[in-house]
Design a protein. Structure first.
Length: 319
């Protein structure tokens, strides 16, 4: 239960970082098109959206919980934004609609988890079904199209070769890094994750800290759903489904354990890189999505095993 700077957090994950480097080099050597500029830009855009979502999920796992509803929240937020774009044609209103949906989902999650003390796994798993089912019921599986030109302009915008998606992800990451590593709120987040009871006895408002984690997770899922919508150029009823597992995998691979209290978004950044590069590289190697899921599952299991081994060894050395 110790809050560290972003740099020191990254320094504690050398194996994960070098794993990312080795993976990048290996795919560059063994595939013909992985290192192409267009593909690398595509990888960056994919990583940007996943990073936005994974940063929020990191908050819930860091405080000792979990959020399985982010994929469904992305789906529902994207649908709300798509309807606004189609019927109203307002880009800002569509963004606000997506964020509002995310906040509503986050409020519902936090109410049942924090106030009613129902297990986060149960609540967010149920919310995953509610949100995705609601989207399927409203759209009846139809694709929402007919967006204004500003969506295409946003998708193609770049600043010095950096897309709008990467810029937004960088801003989100920088803001959350500041709050997590440089503010009292961040200290309290680690404290609650380390031991909710001890944090409560220390005078920390654990209810507020836990609630903020779920609100942020759903808010960033809403933003991620909007970004995914603009990148795809249409509103699909399945957009965002599956992102929850990639986000959780990125967090765990990055060194934030399910019991909470240690880790952080520095490791999540590396975890996102591993997930996206691995998926992209396996696509170039011709591996089907089913086998990709298998490989990512193996990587997650190995990451947990290594994390537990290193943590236990550290505890023995301190004793």
């Amino acid at each position: 239960m110790q809050k560290t700077s972003l740099i020191s957090n990254l320094e504690k994950l050398p194996g994960v970082f070098w794993g990312l480097v080795i993976l990048f080099i290996a795919l560059s050597v063994f595939t013909n098109s992985f290192f192409d500029l267009d593909n690398l830009l595509n990888v960056l855009n994919q990583a940007a959206i996943l990073l936005v979502v994974a940063v929020g999920v990191t908050m819930t796992i860091l405080e000792g919980g979990i959020d399985l509803s982010t994929g469904g929240t992305m789906c529902l937020s994207g649908m709300a934004a798509a309807m606004v774009l189609r019927d109203v044609g307002s880009f800002p209103l569509a963004l606000l609609a997506a964020l509002a949906v995310g906040l509503v989902v986050g409020f519902i999650n936090s109410f049942f988890i924090v106030r009613m003390r129902i297990e986060a796994f149960i609540v967010t798993f149920a919310m995953m079904s509610v949100t995705s089912g609601l989207v399927m019921g409203i759209t009846e599986g139809n694709v929402i199209v007919g967006f204004p030109d500003i969506v295409k302009a946003f998708r193609s915008f770049s600043l010095a070769g950096i897309s709008s998606y990467v810029i937004i992800a960088a801003v989100v990451f920088a803001i959350m890094a500041f709050f997590l590593y440089r503010t009292t709120w961040g200290t309290y987040m680690y404290a609650v994750g380390g031991s909710r009871q001890v944090a409560h006895y220390a005078g920390i408002n654990t209810t507020r800290i836990e609630s903020s984690a779920y609100l942020l997770s759903s808010l960033f899922a809403g933003l991620g759903g909007f970004l995914l919508l603009t990148r795809m150029g249409s509103g699909m009823s399945t957009s965002g489904i599956g992102y929850e597992w990639d986000a959780i995998a990125a967090v765990v691979i990055g060194g934030t354990p399910f019991e909470g209290g240690r880790g952080g978004i520095g490791g999540t950044l590396i975890g996102v890189g591993i997930i996206v590069i691995l998926k992209n590289g396996l696509n170039h190697l011709g591996m089907t999505s089913s086998w990709q899921t298998f490989v990512i599952g193996v990587v997650v299991i190995l990451s947990i095993m290594v994390d537990v081994f290193l943590y236990n060894r550290k505890k023995r050395q301190e004793a």
